[in-house]
Ligand binder design. Structure first.
Ligand SMILES: *Cc1c(COP(=O)(O)O)cnc(C)c1O
Length: 392
């Protein structure tokens, strides 16, 4: 059978029929341990009863009305996000790239309404990933994402990851904002040291720039805090969130302070689907579960446990793996072999993971993962490394 889907993805020849917690099942009933989590999306695991119920109830009542009208579910989610963060306002989207687009537009409009329309350039970090729209591939600055798509959208200046001197040097009269993932995801699960993030805040303030965080992957409980920047003493002016916030339902959000968002007046931005009643119901269900000190403590505990177990298993296979990095339940194994070889060997052990830049394999289990499930994952990693060693 030919596949009429545009072949833009390097897919595994695997399809799943159903999911339950940390497990996925193929049609023939084969069980896989899901430590890919739909790339940090299925934050509550598969089939979480509260999320399923919320979506079922809302789908039966009302799915969509349009942002022409008030959407109480969306207002509740916005209120919850603002109560729990630095933000005063939220704009809902269907994806991370769109949440990022809104973040950039918000920053540019801020300077525009301040009478400085020439301040539109954004400083980004090498290794960054912000999505696949035309503007976001320019923001990410990766040649493999830009190639063949015409002139890159203007307005992004990239500096080496975490390099404060280069950042200072890159600031001009046209700079509007600094954009950074507190923990790079696709770039290889690289956390920017807290003190560097804090210095970025100071530099932004000293130069009248806005600080934008892309927490599309590292946010919504992933690192053991509701948002990763909560490990530092500072907050951004604008933040993009997506992936985990819908628990599998497509949902993103751009959060901003009232000051940074003051240019986003009626008519400046919009989305047909963003934050519709169904999406917002999913977001509310996820936030109600995750934004709870006990739940976040569980993530931190399980993250610590995973880190501890991983170091032990990595030490046993120096010819295959060399170390690990990451925070909470956003972890990566540094590989000696090609990372795809380890991903494939793990798939042979019925465990799903995903590679990332810097030759690492990411582990992004649901935040509900238990100690026993982590033990199972670590045993699969051990077996996969042994299998690679035996093949030579
Ligand atoms: C996944 C991701 C995006 C893009 O999200 P999409 O939903 O694929 O558009 C943006 N930023 C970061 C940090 C991401 O991990």
């Amino acid at each position: 059978m030919t596949n009429p889907v545009m072949p833009t993805y390097g897919r595994f020849d695997l399809a799943f029929e159903r999911g339950e917690g940390v497990y996925l099942f193929t049609e023939d009933g084969t069980r896989y341990l899901d430590f890919c989590g739909g790339v940090a999306v299925t934050s509550l695991g598969h089939g979480h009863p509260k999320l399923v119920q919320a979506i079922q109830d809302q789908a039966a009542k009302l799915m969509h009305t349009s942002n022409l009208y008030r959407i109480p579910q969306q207002e509740r989610l916005a209120q919850h996000l603002c109560d729990s963060t630095f933000a005063d306002m939220a704009f809902f989207t269907n994806s991370g790239a769109e949440a990022m687009e809104c973040s950039i537009k918000t920053a540019r409009r801020y300077h525009f309404v301040n009478g400085q329309p020439d301040r539109y350039r954004i400083i980004t970090m090498e290794g960054a990933f912000h999505g696949r729209t035309l503007a976001m591939i320019a923001a990410g600055g990766q040649e493999k994402h830009l190639e063949g798509f015409g002139p890159a959208v203007d307005g992004f200046d990239q500096v080496p990851f975490g390099d404060i001197d280069a950042l200072q040097a890159a600031i001009t009269d046209e700079t509007a904002a600094i954009l950074v993932e507190p923990v790079q995801g696709e770039g290889g699960v690289k956390a920017i040291p807290f003190d560097i993030l804090e210095q970025m805040r100071t530099i932004a303030d000293d130069n009248g720039l806005l600080l934008i965080f892309d927490e599309v992957q590292c946010g919504v409980g992933r690192t053991g805090k509701l948002f990763a920047h909560e490990w530092t003493s500072i907050t951004p002016d604008i933040m993009a969130v997506a992936k985990g916030i819908g628990g599998g339902f497509p949902l993103g959000v751009c959060l901003t302070t009232a000051e940074a968002g003051k240019g986003m007046t009626a008519g400046t931005h919009g989305s047909t689907f963003g934050g519709n009643p169904l999406a917002a119901a999913a977001g509310n269900a996820v936030m109600d579960v995750i934004d709870d000190p006990d739940f976040l403590a569980h993530v931190e505990d399980m993250g610590g446990y995973l880190g501890q177990k991983l170091s032990a298993v990595i030490a046993r296979h120096p010819d295959v793996v060399s170390g690990m990095r990451g925070v909470g339940l956003m972890r990566a194994i540094e590989c000696v072999v090609t990372n795809l070889d380890l991903v494939n060997a793990l798939t042979d052990q019925n465990m799903l993971t995903v590679g990332a830049g810097g030759n690492v394999v990411r582990l992004l289990p649901p935040l509900t993962v238990t100690q026993d499930e982590i033990d199972e994952a670590v045993a699969a990693i051990d077996a996969a490394c042994t299998a690679i060693e035996e093949k030579g």
